[in-house]
Design a binder for this molecule. Structure first.
Ligand code: HEM
Length: 480
């Protein structure tokens, strides 16, 4: 009986301590729903249902620009605060959550600032606009092949699944530019093992990101999605190692005649290059970050344009002003084409969810509140791009809003992130978006949304995971 009393008192004291710490916790005074002070489970529920960003946006609408989303993290939608968090000096490092992507340590996942600086310095040149010039013929060749394959599918099926073909395009492009060897999905019309593995990984990514610590134990716990992640990752790593080694040997043997890649000049290790293991892990980052992002953007762009005859006519009329055998230089600066791209990146940001960062030593003041060192602060493009004061009629697709963008619009626009961790592939992405859109509407000026196979507009309401995607993973267009 005596022992029971001691246990009861100890439990009561522990519980009171927990309540006290929670109510006096460092983020307890930040506005937010009461439960977010106690548990992360509600947020996780929405993340797993593909509604994380819209849930956080609903909290901003209710509680203001800084909102507590879990006991240890906040999200900020204030534009000045977002630019402070994503600054060029890397003062708010990425949180270790990025390691749950299971792609090793690379430019995208690393939290180590000196490592990031060195890799970014070495990898930026080939992905700059100038560095990419030499790659344009390869990229354009693959885009023209994509259009040809779309035409064939249109003839045999009566509609084209543009999501499928844009994904084959962007994956073949990044494969070619990374390994010097395409995945040949445009040619075969099928996904290979590498892409299957990537897709399986993406399917379990919600679970891994919602419960990052669980994925570390995946080898010991028999949880279906998580266990496969280990197998998929091993196969992806092996593929990258073999492909890079093959290309490295080719470059050694015949440097003049081997296909140039984004890594060609980095094969030598040491200060001026990256080791084989480092290159392998960067290859993973490129393939993962450089495929679905661009293909989903192209898909939402074509679908949005096809839904509006006025927008489509304006775009097609502009494309008729360039020579029939146009090159990238002919279309690069077409005003309306670029407005359509900006509006797609705003409304259908490929990476709409929170980008978590750690508050540096000394803490910080954001949007009128103090955040202590070590807490997690996120910003999400989904909210920044829907600020009604900056983007009136924010839920509507209006390319014309980019005709004379205000400073507020430019500051709030963060589809590629910002500061020192801004997307390194943004020039490559823009190149594919411009050429892909121009070639598509030049070839199919009367394209419209198809109703074949029960395709509906509701299907295109995006699932909002870390990346955006249509509900049924397809988008049928009558391309003619
Ligand atoms: C429309 C297409 C794309 C979108 C919307 C997009 C979006 C983003 C965003 C939002 C980030 C920042 C993530 C963060 O701060 O947590 C990022 C980083 C990154 N992206 Fe992209 N991306 C696109 C295309 C590409 C392509 C084609 C590549 C291929 C090279 C790529 C490679 C990367 C890498 C390596 C990083 C990490 C950069 C660093 O931390 O220094 N992305 N991207």
């Amino acid at each position: 009986m005596y022992n029971f009393q001691i246990l009861a008192i100890a439990s009561l004291v522990a519980f009171a301590g927990y309540v006290y710490c929670t109510l006096k916790g460092p983020l307890a005074r930040i506005p937010g729903p009461w439960y977010s002070n106690w548990t992360d489970l509600v947020r996780i529920y929405y993340v797993l249902s593909g509604k994380g960003p819209s849930y956080v946006q609903s909290l901003h609408e209710k509680y203001g620009p800084l909102v507590r989303v879990s006991p240890h993290s906040v999200d900020v939608s204030d534009i000045t605060a977002a630019r402070t968090v994503h600054n060029i000096k890397n003062e708010f490092p990425k949180s270790s959550w990025y390691y749950s992507f299971n792609s090793g340590e690379n430019l995208f996942t690393t939290t180590d600032i000196p490592y990031h600086r060195r890799h970014r310095r070495l990898l930026s040149g080939p992905l700059s606009e100038t560095g990419l010039k030499a790659m344009i013929p390869v990229i354009d060749g693959k885009i023209q092949l994509t259009i040809q394959r779309m035409k064939q599918e249109m003839e045999s099926r009566g509609a084209v699944d543009i999501l499928k073909w844009w994904l084959f395009l962007t994956t073949d492009v990044i494969g070619q530019l990374t390994f010097g060897d395409s995945f040949n999905m445009l040619e075969t019309g099928e996904k290979n093992q590498y892409i299957q593995d990537l897709e399986d990984l993406a399917a379990s990514s919600g679970l891994r990101m919602a419960f990052p610590k669980l994925s570390l134990l995946a080898g010991y716990l028999h949880i279906p999605g998580l266990q496969n992640a280990e197998v998929n990752t091993k196969r992806l790593v092996a593929y990258s190692e073999e492909s890079l080694e093959r290309h490295r040997k080719l470059v050694e043997r015949d440097p003049e005649n081997s296909p140039a890649t984004l890594f060609s000049k980095l094969y030598k290790a040491g200060e001026e290059g990256l080791s084989p293991a480092e290159l392998r892990d960067e290859a993973q980052a490129y393939i993962i970050a450089g495929s679905d992002t661009t293909s989903n953007t192209l898909t939402y762009l074509v679908w949005s344009v096809c839904r509006s005859p006025i927008i489509k006519t304006k775009l097609v009329d502009e494309l008729l002003t360039v020579p029939p055998k146009f090159t990238y230089d002919d279309i690069r600066d077409l005003p309306y084409l670029n407005m359509v791209i900006e509006e797609t990146l705003r409304l259908y940001s490929a990476a709409p969810a929170g980008l978590p960062r750690i508050v540096p030593p000394g803490g910080t003041d954001l949007a009128g509140h103090h955040l202590p060192a070590g807490s997690t602060v996120s910003t999400q493009a989904y909210s920044l791009h829907r600020d009604p004061n900056v983007f009136p009629r924010a839920e509507e697709f209006i390319p014309e809003r980019w005709e004379t963008p205000t400073k507020g619009m430019k500051d709030a626009f963060m589809p590629f992130g910002g500061g020192s961790r801004v997307c390194i592939g943004l020039h490559l992405a823009r190149m594919q978006l411009r050429l892909g859109t121009a070639r598509f509407f030049h070839t199919f000026p009367r394209a419209e949304v198809s109703g074949l196979e029960k395709m509906s507009d509701e299907e295109m309401t995006p699932k909002l995971y870390f990346l955006i995607r249509p509900q049924q993973n397809r988008c049928l267009i009558r391309a003619w």
